[in-house]
Design a protein around this ligand. Sequence first.
Ligand SMILES: Cc1cc2nc3c(=O)[nH]c(=O)nc-3n(C[C@H](O)[C@H](O)[C@H](O)COP(=O)(O)O)c2cc1C
Length: 351
Amino acid sequence: MPLRLRDVTVPNRLWMSPMAQYAAGADGKPTDWHLVHYGARAVGGVGLVMVESNAVGPAHRTTSADLGIWNEDQAAAHQRLTSFIAERGAVPAVQLLAAGRKASHRVPWDGEGQNGPVSVADGGWRSFAPSAVPFGDLGVPREADDADLDEVVEAFARAARMSHLAGYQAVDIHASHGYLLHQFLSPLSNHRTDEYGGTPTNRMRFPLRVARAVRDAFPAEKPVFVRITATDWIEGGISIDEAATFAKELAAVGIDLLDVTSGVLVRDREARPPARDGVNVEFASTLRQASGLPVAPVGQIGDLSLARRVLADGRADAVLIGRALLRDPYLALRDRPDDTAAWPYQYHRAL
Ligand SMILES: Cc1cc2nc3c(=O)[nH]c(=O)nc-3n(C[C@H](O)[C@H](O)[C@H](O)COP(=O)(O)O)c2cc1C
């Protein structure tokens, strides 16, 4: 069933979750890998292809192989992706990211120490965060000052404009998985004593500034999503009640959909969501109830029959699928072997 968000109609509710490929050139532009990878999932029948986290500026990258969307050259290079995805009938969307204290690490498969730090001496870059509290063995970030925060707000707004130029129909603000905006939200990473730290209202203030700036910069006819953390899964971290308050505030800012995840604020296995089917589905329902916004949970919904059941029961407005779509680009078509309208003409002789 289609889902209409502002003037954008998404043809179905099985969506591809953003997954970093660490395959960009040093200029942050998409490569042939991205065209083939995202193109295959668009051919595979998902309603919306969410292109992985794109840094909003060079200092906001996690690795030197991250995609970027901070200038017009990059926007032009993304047009190849957006036009192919749209030609296949899927909605091209993109996630916007500032890494904060998770900046400047190695790509996962590079050398010993997965995601190990890259120092400035080795070609890395300095990062800032709400507080000078490091993520695992990555460098200690400097505490962001007012000028840093203004720069981030402007960078997100510019990235939203570049996303529109690139042909994306929706943007997703990454406020989860331990990146900069999540670092502000959680008391475990935000120890500030100014108006951006302390109370929940203060910790939400900066992410809400970013949300407002992106909403203002992106065309009114196109939706803006936020990837929200339902819980940190750690004592003293964000709880679902605090996430519900944030969700309500996001609705007031004009955000159109919550993309619901949880965990991974700190480098600790305990901070990962437990292995459980549809682990964030109930959280998504709670956040929908609190905010009145449509929701798309992500996390362990890769079993197609489970995904269809969650949708049929009305427990979510869409579902985002990650790893299962890495294993099988045609996942969304697997239970429709005879649906000639869904499979591309080029493959009909195989049906
Ligand atoms: C290779 C890989 C890269 C990922 N990159 C991102 C990313 O760029 N942005 C993001 O929000 N989540 C990212 N994630 C998390 C997924 O979007 C998703 O939330 C997670 O894998 C749980 O969903 P799943 O159980 O369907 O895989 C990544 C996951 C994987 C496996």
